[in-house]
Design a protein around this ligand. Sequence first.
Ligand SMILES: Cc1cc2nc3c(=O)[nH]c(=O)nc-3n(C[C@H](O)[C@H](O)[C@H](O)COP(=O)(O)OP(=O)(O)OC[C@H]3O[C@@H](n4cnc5c(N)ncnc54)[C@H](O)[C@@H]3O)c2cc1C
Ligand SMILES: NC(=O)c1ccc[n+]([C@@H]2O[C@H](COP(=O)([O-])OP(=O)(O)OC[C@H]3O[C@@H](n4cnc5c(N)ncnc54)[C@H](OP(=O)(O)O)[C@@H]3O)[C@@H](O)[C@H]2O)c1
Ligand SMILES: Cc1cc2nc3c(=O)[nH]c(=O)nc-3n(C[C@H](O)[C@H](O)[C@H](O)COP(=O)(O)O)c2cc1C
Ligand SMILES: *[C@@H]1O[C@H](CO)[C@@H](O)[C@H](O)[C@H]1NC(C)=O
Ligand SMILES: *[C@@H]1O[C@H](CO)[C@@H](O)[C@H](O)[C@H]1NC(C)=O
Ligand SMILES: *[C@@H]1O[C@H](CO)[C@@H](O)[C@H](O)[C@H]1NC(C)=O
Length: 671
Amino acid sequence: MFNLNMVGYTDIIMIGGITAIAVYLWVSSKTKQTTTMVDLKKLKVLPSNVEDNSGAKGASSEKGLIEKMKSSGKTIVIFFGSQTGTGEEFAQRLAKNCRLYGLKALVVDPEEIDLEDLQRLNEIENSIAIFIMATYGEGDPTDNAQELYDYLQRGEWDLKGLKYGVFGLGNKTYEHYNEIGKYFDKRLEELNGSRLIPLGLGDDDVNIEEDFVTWMDKFWPIVCEYYGISASEQDISMRQYKLLNIDDVPEEKIFKGEVHRLNSYNRQKPPFDTKNPFMAPISVKYNLFKGTDRKCLHIELDITGSRLRYEAGDHVAVYPANDAELVDKIGKLLNVDLDQTFSLINIEEDATKKHPFPCPTTFRTALTYYLDITSLPTTQLLKELAQYANDENEKKSLQLMASASEEGKAHYNSFIRDEHTDLVNLLEKMTSLKPPIDHVMELLPRLQARYYSISSSPKVHPNTIHITCTVVEYETKDGRQCKGVTTNWLLNKPVLDDLKSKVPIFVRKSQFRLPFKFQTSVIMIGPGTGLAPFRGFLQERDYYRKEGRLVGKSLLYYGCRKRTEDYLYQEELEEYEKNGTLTKLNVAFSRDQAEKVYVTHLLRKDSNLLWNIIKEGGHIYVCGDAKNMARDVHDLLIDLCEKEGGMGKTQAVQYVKDLGQKSRYVLDVWS
Ligand SMILES: Cc1cc2nc3c(=O)[nH]c(=O)nc-3n(C[C@H](O)[C@H](O)[C@H](O)COP(=O)(O)OP(=O)(O)OC[C@H]3O[C@@H](n4cnc5c(N)ncnc54)[C@H](O)[C@@H]3O)c2cc1C
Ligand SMILES: NC(=O)c1ccc[n+]([C@@H]2O[C@H](COP(=O)([O-])OP(=O)(O)OC[C@H]3O[C@@H](n4cnc5c(N)ncnc54)[C@H](OP(=O)(O)O)[C@@H]3O)[C@@H](O)[C@H]2O)c1
Ligand SMILES: Cc1cc2nc3c(=O)[nH]c(=O)nc-3n(C[C@H](O)[C@H](O)[C@H](O)COP(=O)(O)O)c2cc1C
Ligand SMILES: *[C@@H]1O[C@H](CO)[C@@H](O)[C@H](O)[C@H]1NC(C)=O
Ligand SMILES: *[C@@H]1O[C@H](CO)[C@@H](O)[C@H](O)[C@H]1NC(C)=O
Ligand SMILES: *[C@@H]1O[C@H](CO)[C@@H](O)[C@H](O)[C@H]1NC(C)=O
């Protein structure tokens, strides 16, 4: 084996002591790559401040944070940093719990306040600031918390007197586990704040719901003592929204599925973004697999006239709709007329969020477009629903699952998680459970947009965005068929140009980009649907070759199960290899022989070739499955640096980390 003293390369800088593995997930957002980067506009996935159809601004945006808290008698402020809604949901839930103790809390999106106000919180007697913060990427904050994070980092402020508590959201399978939560907790103390509640960390890979409930169990005794109030929570259910059935609203004033602005789907106005998606017709759609029940869709979305711009490597977000049959089932189970028009109105008059989703609308629209009806029920939902179970055993079962006891957690894990009990299934299993629909709607999370790696290049397809997606379908232990919301909705969508057949989309910039210089060689690793962005990359490189430019080597490592079944874009890829745009096409068929062959096996065989490309400044791209594949590839790269580059382990780890920092090793992975 090589040891450190034998390392002779001068282009390797040794930095000792760093042994952590660096996995750059999703996008490597700390590294600014090239000048071609388009303004990384803050995109929020969750429209959090849906206004009435008037489009008038809420009272929130006019008053400052401190004034707002003072005028409404609120002492607790809860900031959330959230990308996919979990953190925001926790923040709302904590605020709701506050009211059970007679305390008033304000939930705040840090993006929407003047950050200087943080220093003024001590103007409010007995104020507490709670930070519920998710971690992304390489230990990065969410988009909506970026400015707050930068503000704390600059650290020019004295936060003396600030009483605070932090709950972080993360996932232990990522290297930078909960880094943002930990950072906030430490940093606020450094800035002279005083920690009132110990740091809580939620692990999404096990049961983040449970972690949050456990943290709240510690939260309440401390907060109650601080305010000198009784620690026994009144066992009453508190509603945040009240239901208003409406019968006389004109048709054009009713939301029909628009994510934010009324009638924005039939009266389309650019610019298009997360709150104002473009309604794209599907111009092409077909199944890429053959001879198997699994399906993988190739879809072309027509963006003609939308002024939407994209780059190879960007993501397109799709707002889906729930399955009509499931929605009907909920209507029947809860005994409601789904076509009733209603509004859910926040009972607090000056709340930031007037409605939980766009209102007025119908129950059918809300259950179809606004609410996530297929994710597994949270303990909070079960807790609040328990009061509606007429059967004592069912009520006890719900209460037990919602409790923080070991027995309760075990019951939740077996009844909800193992048995995959979603809302419809729960209502079917517990026949005495008949909650009012408005309370259910208040408790369900918002239906989220789904992201897809764009599989085309705008150089070749300026008017279409291509996606390559595997249709999600799986069986539960008791033999029920479950279907992924978005992929099945896309599968069943007709290829027509009417409004009903269009897909609400927006483009999200990524940092998954080809090298700035055409001559730079690229190593692309993407088994399964991980191939998607590389199809865009190849189109782009092919385009430049046709322009007569000198383009560097392009190596592709792709993998699928069987050559005859799920080999994506086989002909295209083989053509690219023939005409030289692809220097070498390497495909691992995992199930065509007795022993599995994966992309990692092929990469290992090519160690020497790969090392030479890396040494000469080549870029490495990895796309697809985060959990196993990306991790294995990462380990392999470290091995490769050790064996081919003659480095020691520590040095190899650092070398790979540096590649990531220089955007020469970039990942676009998901789980
Ligand atoms: C940045 C990014 C890029 C992406 N790019 C692509 C892409 O190019 N192509 C692509 O196909 N996808 C891509 N995805 C994934 C995509 O966004 C969706 O998550 C995926 O299509 C499923 O969406 P859905 O609404 O159909 O399924 P959902 O309704 O969201 O259902 C998926 C959920 O079902 C559950 N589930 C799935 N399989 C099983 C099982 N076997 N057993 C138990 N539970 C299960 C899991 O909880 C899973 O989270 C990407 C994701 C991200 C974050
Ligand atoms: N979280 C996970 O564990 C996981 C894993 C795979 C896919 N997914 C998700 O499932 C969805 C559909 O997947 P898909 O259609 O893209 O892929 P897929 O068809 O399931 O897999 C593509 C190929 O990758 C192989 N593979 C499995 N593990 C690997 C590893 N550690 N390293 C390299 N190759 C490996 C598979 O082999 P075999 O199947 O024969 O082993 C198959 O040949 C995607 O959303 C993907 O993110 C999740
Ligand atoms: C693309 C992606 C990257 C992530 N990166 C990290 C990470 O680096 N560290 C971590 O602890 N958790 C990471 N997570 C887990 C999230 O922080 C976790 O799922 C959290 O509950 C999300 O909260 P939100 O729904 O409020 O955005 C990541 C999740 C995704 C989808
Ligand atoms: C914290 O308080 C001390 C003592 O009052 C002060 O000297 C110091 O500057 C404060 N720190 C910051 C970061 O403002
Ligand atoms: C946590 O991350 C792992 C790996 O990326 C993934 O398999 C798992 O599904 C994630 N957990 C949740 C709940 O998202
Ligand atoms: C190479 O093959 C691809 C895939 O068929 C094709 O689209 C492209 O035009 C070809 N390029 C050249 C330079 O011939």
